[in-house]
Write a protein that binds this ligand. Structure first.
Ligand code: DGJ
Length: 315
């Protein structure tokens, strides 16, 4: 059965269950699109669904949970996945790339300790299959920097990059990754000094590097912006508006590049976070995830006018 679901409605999987898979990422592997995202319910951190057609989503696994196996790696990381007081840590914006060299699927995430938002670390995990139980390799601050909202980007020369907010979100950093995708290798760029951009999403078109981002307003949506550069470590243009003043009530998650009958389509995926803007609704002891769990996605094709990418609302 093909389900066409309107934008901004919480997706359901092939079993009819609501999909908790937010702040996510798509990876094409073995003939399927794999969708990874945040699942904050119970002991889960990251869920994985797959689809052949991008409409019908089959639940595969909660690939990272509080009970995931842990394994130290060369660099020193903190392997804690749960606090001593039983509180979960925070795992946000999981992104996954496949490493040909090691045959591993490697996940990069934003980690916070679950009590406050001050650790600002990268966390990494890996698996032999796209939807297997990922092994957790811990969290760390790249070269000592803070690192919050993040994304991964694979260039056509095979190089992989991690992009994340730094200096309490004031700046955005780009790091080249090691060939095995298990560490940062070089800090190659610092962007948008003092602009407080978050939710980075990168794609490449006609040899140019496009970066979408939002401003920092917690869960509330704001005006998206875009910027472009000739080289990833070079100069990015001034930020310019993308979408309307709330980016159609969404925040960038990632951009998926799809070949459709020989044409390349660029699909904007944004989270439409469900939140309680004026705290008008009291949860009265109800599920603290009551709002968050209703968050959904907005998908829109990115069109271009010259170099300028734009999106227009479609149901
Ligand atoms: C905005 C970020 O983009 C989200 O991933 C999440 O961290 C919220 N802020 C938390 O306020």
């Amino acid at each position: 059965m093909t389900r066409f679901q309107p934008n901004g409605v919480l997706w359901k999987d092939t079993e009819g269950n609501e999909m908790q898979c937010h702040g996510g990422h798509l990876l094409f592997a073995d003939g399927y699109y794999y969708l990874y995202g945040e699942n904050r319910i119970g002991e889960n951190y990251v869920s994985c669904y797959r689809s052949r057609d991008l409409y019908n989503w089959e639940f595969r696994n909660n690939v990272l949970t509080t009970g995931s196996a842990t394994e130290k790696i060369r660099q020193r990381t903190d392997l804690k996945l749960k606090n001593e007081d039983g509180r979960k840590v925070n795992i946000e914006r999981p992104k996954v790339l496949y490493c040909e060299e090691t045959g591993k699927y490697v996940m990069w995430m934003h980690y916070e300790n679950g009590h406050d938002y001050l650790d600002a670390r990268i966390a990494i995990a890996s698996s032999d299959t796209p939807d297997g139980d990922f092994v957790y390799h811990g969290s760390f601050n790249p070269y000592g920097y803070m690192s919050r909202d993040c994304t991964l980007f694979r260039d056509d020369d095979g190089r992989a990059y991690f992009i994340s907010t730094a200096r309490d979100n004031a700046d955005l950093h780009i790091y080249l990754l090691t060939e095995d995708l298990m560490n940062v290798k070089k800090h190659v760029n610092t962007l948008f000094q003092g602009e407080y951009r978050e939710a980075p999403a990168m794609f490449k078109k006609d040899g140019k590097y496009y970066l979408l981002s939002s401003f920092c307003t917690g869960w509330a949506p704001n005006q998206g912006k875009w910027s472009v550069a000739d080289t990833i470590d070079g100069l990015f243009t001034e930020l310019q508006d993308f979408g309307d003043e709330t980016t159609y009530r969404s925040q960038p998650t990632f951009v998926f590049t799809l070949d459709v009958e020989g044409r390349t389509e660029y699909i904007y995926f944004g989270d439409r976070w469900c939140y309680n803007p004026d705290r008008s609704v009291t949860l009265q002891g109800k599920d603290p995830l009551y709002f968050y769990k209703q968050s959904s996605y907005v998908l829109l094709p990115i069109r271009f006018e010259g170099e300028r990418p734009y999106i227009e609302w479609q149901e």
